[in-house]
Write a protein of this length. Structure first.
Length: 270
């Protein structure tokens, strides 16, 4: 019975991770809350690496055509210098530029940030900050398409992604908000935000792979981790599809209401 309850807990954690990874409400913050409520404490990065891998697979699957087009176009531009492939090449360059701030911040400060800020109080403040930012950009309708971006745009969105290392600050929220704030159209903002997620996520998985290999509880936790991985994969896919529909309708303001409500409730009761 105790084993079955543990499986249910990890199923719940997988759903929380998957459902909140794409949407602008902070998956890391929600995992901190869920683990506190369930009485679970993760030692090391094994669980984080596995669930992030599942979310990455789901997001790559959804954007597979866009990713393939960008990579193909970038290589064709390098080989032919044809103008028709220039925007794909520059988009890839901007993804690299946008990755740098978060990569540097993660390499230098990630452990320290999590040590200082991984509390429910910090999560509640982060959710309120995210809610305010979502509210401020709720009516913005940018005009920039893929070929209209600049180095400045990429750096600003990249800096927003670096700030999202703080638990409670949503990565997707920070990058989508920054993308819209610099003038991107909704579909371009969504595309740039989630393709920007891929390299930083891959880097985190590569750096954290040793935690899985050296995890002393690997065999004991194999089934709970597998359950969490599969539920994260499925939940991320459907949550991402849901977000794409919301973005198409311009209804991000509803996430600000959720962030306000969740942040206030956390401050009052946890």
């Amino acid at each position: 019975m105790e084993t079955f309850v543990l499986w249910l807990k990890y199923l719940f954690l997988g759903v929380v991770q998957g459902a909140t990874e794409p949407i602008p409400v902070s998956s890391s913050g929600h995992l901190i809350i869920a683990q506190k409520l369930l009485g679970l404490k993760q030692n090391g990065l094994s669980f984080e690496v596995l669930t992030n891998s599942a979310s990455l697979i789901a997001i790559c699957f959804i954007f597979r055509q866009e990713i393939g087009k960008l990579i193909s176009g970038a290589f064709r531009y390098l080989l032919t210098r044809k103008a028709e492939y220039r925007s794909d090449f520059l988009f890839c360059v901007y993804i690299v530029i946008g990755t740098v701030p978060a990569a540097v911040a993660a390499a230098l400060f990630k452990d320290r940030i999590e040590e200082i800020f991984s509390s429910v109080h910090t999560v509640s403040i982060g959710l309120l900050v995210t809610g305010v930012a979502l509210w401020l950009i709720r009516n913005l309708r940018g005009r920039k398409l893929d070929g209209d971006l600049s180095v400045k745009d990429a750096l600003l969105v990249g800096l927003a992604q670096a700030v999202a290392l703080i638990p409670g600050i949503s990565r997707s929220g920070a990058t989508v908000i920054a993308s819209i704030a610099v003038g991107m159209k909704q579909e371009t903002a969504l595309k740039f935000s989630f393709i920007l997620y891929i390299p930083i996520s891959v880097g985190g998985i590569v750096l954290g792979a040793s935690d899985i290999v050296n995890d002393p509880n690997r065999a004991q936790m194999a089934i709970p981790y597998l359950i969490a991985f599969l539920t994260t994969l499925v939940a991320t896919y459907y949550s991402m599809r849901w977000l794409m529909g919301i973005m198409a309708r311009g209804n991000l303001k509803y996430f600000s209401y959720y962030c306000f409500a969740a942040g206030i409730l956390l401050l009052l009761f946890l």
